[in-house]
Design a binder for this molecule. Structure first.
Ligand SMILES: Nc1ncnc2c1ncn2[C@@H]1O[C@H](COP(=O)(O)OP(=O)(O)OP(=O)(O)O)[C@@H](O)[C@H]1O
Length: 276
């Protein structure tokens, strides 16, 4: 499912004051593509995901999910979309999972056989790489990584056309985070699901293998489709401050180069000191 956002403004009212969380975001996400949304805390990333999920009506501007204009759609149309074509994987995955059920039952919950498009729970679990020996374990008894993969499997079991993921690797790092990133790529490749994922982790943003779009002060900053090569400098506290804004595991002062692999369009991130 394609996503088209034009001049989206999102205003929250706090103590009688209007606060603009998004001040004119325009973004075009082609059907079947992957976009990582990165940016500093408070930039508006989660707000953008909330609008795309249909939970928060746009204050101004236009948001198209497929050919449905969210500002003009009825509540029934938006609800039907979310129950079927659009899936949301929230940051606190325990809100996606029921503690007293097994891994497989948690997935079966979101993909009842009456749902025509549903993927069988076993197939969804296999696709995202949950080891078979965990399928009948209570969800509380499995590792945090398997819980996260199960949350992903239950999000994708209805076979959505659009998956919105808020911090899909949550508190995981290194190889554990990479298992989630690979699972997301597999879902995109096998099912053609459009994925928009918010992440703070530069490895995850790059590992997703798609576009990286920076949101800063409620606007789109860098868009990796708009550059061939750029260098970014990791600032105090691990925040990358030149060109794009990440919050990775890189020590302050590290200079990183982002470029595109001309062969396959993939994004390559290299430490500049390693280039010498
Ligand atoms: N429900 C809300 N009511 C009022 N203000 C809000 C609400 N949600 C977000 N905001 C404000 O909107 C701005 C953008 O917040 P948002 O959570 O979208 O940013 P973010 O980029 O997702 O941040 P983080 O990375 O910390 O999750 C912030 O100033 C935040 O305080």
């Amino acid at each position: 499912m394609a996503v088209q956002v034009d001049r989206l403004v999102q205003i929250y009212t706090v103590d009688g004051q209007d606060v603009a969380a998004l001040s004119g975001v325009s973004l075009s996400v082609p059907s079947g593509s992957v976009v990582a949304l990165v940016g500093p805390s408070g930039a508006g990333k989660s707000t953008l995901l909330s609008v795309l999920s249909g939970l928060v009506p746009p204050s101004a501007g236009r948001v198209l999910l497929g050919d449905l204009d969210l500002a003009r759609a009825s509540t029934e149309q938006v609800d039907a979309l979310r129950g079927d074509k659009v899936a949301v994987m929230v940051q606190d995955i325990d809100r996606n999972l029921l503690p007293y059920l097994t891994v497989r039952e948690n997935v079966a919950l979101t993909a009842p056989p009456r749902l025509r498009t549903a993927i069988r729970p076993a197939d969804a679990l296999e696709m995202v790489g949950v080891p078979e020996e965990d399928w009948n374990s209570p969800i509380d008894a499995v590792s945090p990584t398997v819980r996260q993969l199960t949350a992903l499997a239950s999000s994708v079991a209805p076979d959505p056309q659009l998956l919105l993921a808020d911090e899909p690797t949550s508190s995981l790092t290194g190889d554990e985070a990479r298992r989630i990133t690979e699972a997301l790529r597999t879902v995109n490749q096998e099912r053609g699901t459009t994925i928009v994922a918010v992440t703070h982790d530069v490895d995850v943003a790059v590992g997703l293998g798609g576009r990286i779009v920076t949101i800063r002060d409620g606007r789109v900053g860098n868009d990796s489709t708009s550059f061939e090569t750029t260098e970014i400098l990791v600032g105090e506290g691990g925040t990358v401050v030149l060109g794009a804004e990440f919050d990775g595991d890189f020590p302050p002062g590290t200079r990183l180069r982002i470029e595109r692999d001309p062969a396959n369009g993939a994004i390559i991130l290299t430490r500049v000191e390693e280039l010498r």
